[in-house]
Every structure is written in structure tokens, then in C-alpha cells.
Design a protein around this ligand. Structure first.
Ligand code: M6R
Length: 610
């Protein structure tokens, strides 16, 4: 949520800012800006809109600098506008900010009493004023930042320039992610590593409360208490191509196609030499699972939906009672924990504020925690007692696909690992399922993308002009429907409800009329007949039904207008074939509607505010 970049060195900072901001745009894209140190002082160029609008500005073309900071915004305080765009200036301070200053109203009043006049509606300008106020007292940037931190409440990551500190960038993080990086031509700052892949791969993620002072040749670090810290640099294995479209028109399509490979990566290291599911490479041995009597899965959005699919496997195979909670609600109505409760936090980004808050709540309640995270070295991954990475690689499209897919594959493998470790599943079955996740699921994904290309487009053409639609399913198919509806809503803006197929007739079926699209999913053979009855119920009321069902359903007479058949060589094949089908249907619908697929309105990739 919002992107930050900074550079100081021997090179030209301005093109680095625009290149990095283009990559970061997925984190927020309603306004954008750059502050650059020049011979005449710090120049700020900013505007409402996207990086392309900024690039077209004459002031930017005229800018030359070796030290700059940049920002792409997802509006929280004050709507998208030129004035509310970052960077913000107060006195000698120019800063960019990710996060939220919770006590900004009270601080704003205090600053106004001191005669400060505010131009924007943002909490960021208030933070700049507080920092400037502290800087006026000491004239020392680090001391000023430390003092300001005592006054600012909330979550923040700042990149800061001071008028009289040429060639220097200051930075601090508290609750919002920020990394430092060093390249051959200077020092860098960013809210995530993908923005820096064209320049350098050696980075250091700032810890909570750490303050950084960047000059072109080094990065100095200190804790909020003032002790000096030596950064432990690491090298990312991501290639610059990972953050590029690679010939696809959209990141979302690229990421949908990357899923076969992603599934393999997510589970390969969790199958041991004997072919058995085994998470000891993640530092979790079989004995750990034996103590788990009850699981609470906590997450947001698609990650929460992956948790719902996973809970079915955990209960079916591992026989562990599992409940799934919306992270933003978890703290307010804490579920009862019994001895042996394990809290699993699922997060692609590893930075989602609500999931992080839930993790911290669970830890404070003394519960053991496990993070299932994609982005390595992120806050949730670091703070959870144990972590399992999903290894999906960088996910740029706001709508998650391979992130969600690998969360499901890892949870699936985990449930079989627990089942085997606790003696609830025999070795032959465990091996068979593990093998099917690694081999059948990727093949099924590729098969669907190849075989149904035209069908997906044909169905999407019918969906595109509609305003409302339904997904229905039973069992695992219902869990998949929840994600299917979210995908359609977020990128094609069609109001879609996911309903347990049997529940529709208890009220909501009254919304079904002539031509209402209903997509029914059926992945479990034993639930097919009942789902088919529900299909008949809506079809007879005029619904335009698409049925996504198993290819072993037999010579049944389908009451649906369109039928997509899922491979049934294993449960994994069926589930992952359905999973990719719902994603590509959403993609094609949004494409036909001409929506901004990778950057849907009002959204941002990583939601780092509560
Ligand atoms: O990064 P996280 O997995 O914690 O994000 C959670 C949700 O914000 C995320 O899954 C969101 O629902 C997706 N963008 C939807 O596609």
C-alpha cells in the first residue's frame, strides 16, 4: 500500500525514480511524485494519476539530480489530488510516507497552534511538520527523527530529505516495510525489493524502529535508542524479469500461467526422498504436529479463502478441528483457544496490517504461530514462531492468482503431512496424494488453460455486460466459489455473490431472473447430484448457467448452457483445474470489459493499513 523509492549516488536519480515507481505502482496508483535535490534546493514534482502522467510533465524532464525520493500513493487521508500527492514539505523537511499516522488530528492542531499552515488533507504533511519542528530544535536529522517517533502513533515508513543535507536520505520504519539496498553506483531505499531489481540485488530489510542514513557510499543504521547497528546484507534470488510482464499483456495473465511451475516449487521441498510429505526442511518436524489439537487460520481476502479450502483438507485428512477467521475481526472477538491450539497466519505479501495485528495478538495470548507467507523476510514471516514460504515468486497483479494457488497447495500438502505424522493416514496414501499435488495439479492447470481457451472467452463475453451474477457450489467447490466471486468483483466490477448451492433457495434465489448468470462448481463426485438439482432450480427460473464439473460425471443430461469438464485423475487435479478456471474466467471478463486488470480501481496490492 503506497510505494517508496529513494536513491543517492553517482548516477542520475530521476530515471531511477520513474523506473522504480513504475514497478511499485501495483502498491497504489492514484497519485505519484518525486523530490530531487538540485543545485537550487529540493524540487518536488507530483501529480494526481499514474507515473505516465508524471513522466509527461515538463518540470520532470528538466530535473537532474543524484539524490531523490519518490512515492506512488493509495489514498487514505484526503482523496487523490495533486496537493495530496507525496512528497510533502514542511520547513526544511521533504518526505514520503507509507502507512497511517493515527494521532494526526491532535498533532495537526498542535502544529497549527505553532503557526504551521497545511496545504493538504494528509496525515503525511502533519508528520513532515512534526519532524521539521523536531529538526528546528536539534538541527540533527537522526535526533529529530527519534524525537518525532515519540510523538507519532500509527504505522509508517518514511523516506526523508533535509534541505541542508545534500546527497543524504534518511529513512525509518515502524509498522510499514522498508528496505535499504546497495548498488555499484550508490545506495537505495524502497518499500519492496522488486522496485530495485533493475539496479541491485543486495538488500537489508529495516527492522522496526531502525533509522537509516544513506549516502552514496554507505548506509548507516541505528536503533530508536541510538545504538549503531551493522546491516546484515542479503542477496535476493529474484531476477529483474520476475517483475516484468514477459510478453503477456497483463501481469495477472502471466501469473495465471506461472501457476503450474509455482505449484511444483511450493511443494517440491516438502516431499522427502521417500516421497512422503515432510516439512522438516522448514524446521518443523513430525513431533510438532503431534501436539496440535486445534487450528485457527487467520487471514484476509483471498488468503482467507485459501484458508477455507485448506481447512477442509486439514479436517478431512489430518482430522484437526480447524476454523478460519477474518484477520480484521480476530482481535475483537478472540476465539477460544484450547491446549494445543496452533494459529496459522496466511499472507502473500507478509505485510498485511490486519493479519500482522492478528499474529501479534495470538503471540501475546501465548499461542504458537505459523506463518504461510510468499514474500520472504517480510514482517509476518519474521515474527511468526515458524514459517512456511509458498515460493510463488513475486506477484505484481493486484488480484492474486499464483499467491492464492500456492497457499492452497501448501495447505493441502500440510494436511497430508500432519495426517501422516499423527498416524491418521498410511504411508501409501500420503505418498499418493503428495505425488498428485506435485504432478497432477500443475498438469491440470496447464490442461485447462490450453483446452478451454475459446470456451472461457465465449463465457466471458456473456458475463461482461451483466451487473450481477452468482457462483454456487457445495463442499470444496463452495470454498472455491468464494474466491471465484472475489476475483470477478475486484477486476471486472460485476457484483457477484458466492453461495453454498443448497442455501440459495433460502431467500437469495428471489434475485435470479431471466438471464442472471450463475456459475455452478462441482468438484466432489458425491455432491454432484445435489449441485445439479440446484442448477435445475436456477435454470428453471431463467438463469444462464455455466457448470464447471468433473469429467467423470457420466452421460448426464446437463441443464446448464455451458459445461466445463475438470480432469479427475486425482482430487488435486480436479481442485486445481477448477481453481484456474475461476481465475481465467475473471481475467477474460475484465479484459473484454476493458478494465484495468492489473490495477483495479480503489485497490492496492499490499494492504498495510488496518
Ligand atoms: O498479502 P495478503 O495475502 O495478506 O493479502 C490479503 C488480501 O488483501 C489479498 O488476498 C486480496 O484479497 C487479493 N488482492 C485479492 O485478489
Amino acid at each position: 500500500m503506497c510505494g517508496i523509492i529513494g536513491y543517492t549516488g553517482n548516477g542520475n536519480a530521476v530515471p531511477k525514480m520513474t523506473e522504480g515507481l513504475s514497478v511499485l505502482e501495483y502498491r497504489g496508483y492514484d497519485s505519484v511524485g518525486i523530490a530531487a535535490q538540485t543545485d537550487g534546493g529540493i524540487s518536488v514534482v507530483k501529480c494526481k494519476g499514474r507515473i505516465q502522467t508524471l513522466k509527461e510533465k515538463e518540470e520532470l524532464a528538466a530535473l537532474s539530480s543524484t539524490c531523490a525520493i519518490g512515492h506512488t500513493r493509495w489514498a487514505t487521508h484526503g482523496g487523490p489530488s495533486d496537493i495530496n500527492a507525496h512528497p510533502h514539505r514542511a520547513g526544511s523537511v521533504v518526505l514520503v510516507h507509507n502507512g497511517i499516522i493515527e494521532n494526526y488530528k491532535e498533532l495537526k492542531e498542535q502544529m497549527q497552534q505553532k503557526g504551521v499552515y497545511f496545504l493538504s488533507e494528509t496525515d503525511t504533511e502533519v508528520a513532515a511538520a512534526v519532524l521539521n519542528d523536531c529538526y528546528l530544535e536539534s538541527g540533527d536529522p537522526v535526533a529529530a527523527i527519534r524525537k518525532a517517533m515519540l510523538q507519532l502513533k500509527g504505522s509508517y515508513a518514511f523516506g526523508v530529505l533535509f534541505d541542508d543535507h545534500k546527497g543524504e536520505i534518511y529513512a525509518v520504519r515502524q509498522g510499514s516495510p522498508l528496505i535499504l539496498a546497495k548498488g555499484q553506483d550508490g545506495s537505495y531505499l524502497a518499500s519492496d525489493i522488486t522496485a530495485l531489481l533493475p539496479f541491485t540485488r543486495e538488500y537489508y530489510p529495516l527492522e522496526e524502529g531502525e533509522i537509516a542514513h544513506l549516502t552514496k557510499s554507505f548506509a548507516k543504521l541505528c536503533s530508536v535508542g541510538g545504538e549503531e547497528i551493522t546491516p546484515a546484507w542479503t542477496t535476493t534470488s529474484m531476477s529483474p524479469e520476475a517483475a516484468q510482464k514477459g510478453g503477456y499483456p497483463h501481469f495477472m495473465l502471466k501469473e495465471i500461467h506461472e501457476q503450474s511451475e509455482a505449484i511444483v516449487k511450493s511443494v517440491s521441498s516438502r516431499i522427502n526422498a521417500e516421497g512422503l510429505p515432510d516439512f522438516s526442511a522448514d524446521g518443523i518436524d513430525a513431533d510438532f504436529w503431534k501436539q496440535v489439537k486445534n487450528i485457527q487460520i487467520v487471514a484476509c481476502g483471498s488468503a482467507m479463502h485459501a484458508g477455507i479450502v485448506g481447512s477442509r483438507f486439514l479436517e478431512e485428512y489430518a482430522k484437526i478441528p480447524t476454523n478460519v477467521y477474518i484477520a480484521s475481526e480476530y482481535r475483537y472477538h478472540p476465539p477460544l483457544a484450547v491446549d494445543g491450539t496452533l494459529v496459522i497466519i496466511i499472507s502473500q505479501s507478509g505485510e498485511t496490517a490486519d493479519s500482522l495485528a492478528a499474529l501479534r495478538y495470538a503471540k501475546s495470548a501465548g499461542l504458537p504461530t505459523l506463518g504461510i507467507v510468499n514474500a520472504v523476510e517480510t514482517t509476518i514471516a519474521r515474527e511468526a514462531d515458524r514459517r512456511i514460504y509458498t515460493y510463488a515468486g513475486p506477484e505484481i497483479a493486484v488480484a492474486t492468482t499464483k499467491g492464492y494457488c500456492t497457499q492452497v497447495s501448501v495447505l493441502y500438502m500440510l494436511s497430508v503431512a500432519i495426517a501422516y505424522a499423527t498416524g491418521r493416514m498410511d504411508a501409501v496414501t500420503a505418498k499418493e496424494i503428495a505425488h498428485s499435488i506435485k504432478e497432477d495439479a500443475p498438469r491440470a492447470v496447464a490442461h485447462m488453460l490450453e483446452t478451454y481457451k475459446d470456451t472461457f472467452v465465449r463465457i466471458a463475453k456473456k458475463l461482461a455486460p451483466k451487473e450481477d451474477m452468482f457462483y454456487i457450489g457445495r463442499g470444496t467447490a463452495y470454498a472455491l466459489s468464494l474466491e471465484a466471486a472475489l476475483k470477478i468483483k475486484e477486476i471486472s466490477y460485476i457484483h457477484t455473490e458466492a453461495y453454498a448451492a443448497g442455501e440459495l433457495k433460502h431467500g437469495t434465489i428471489s434475485l435470479v431472473e431471466e438471464g442472471t448468470p450463475v456459475i455452478a462448481i462441482s468438484t466432489e463426485a458425491e455432491l454432484y447430484d445435489k449441485t445439479e438439482s440446484n442448477v435445475r432450480e436456477v435454470a428453471s427460473r431463467g438463469a444462464d448457467v455455466t457448470l464447471i464439473c468433473r469429467d467423470d460425471t457420466g452421460e448426464k443430461e446437463f441443464s446448464a448452457n455451458e459445461v466445463i469438464l475438470l480432469p479427475t485423475n486425482s482430487e488435486a487435479a480436479t481442485v486445481f483445474a477448477a481453481l484456474v478456471t475461476i481465475q481465467i474466467l475473471a481475467y477474460e471478463t475484465a479484459r473484454i470489459k476493458g478494465c484495468d486488470i492489473d490495477r483495479p480501481r480503489n485497490l492496492a496490492k499490499s494492504v498495510t493499513v488496518e
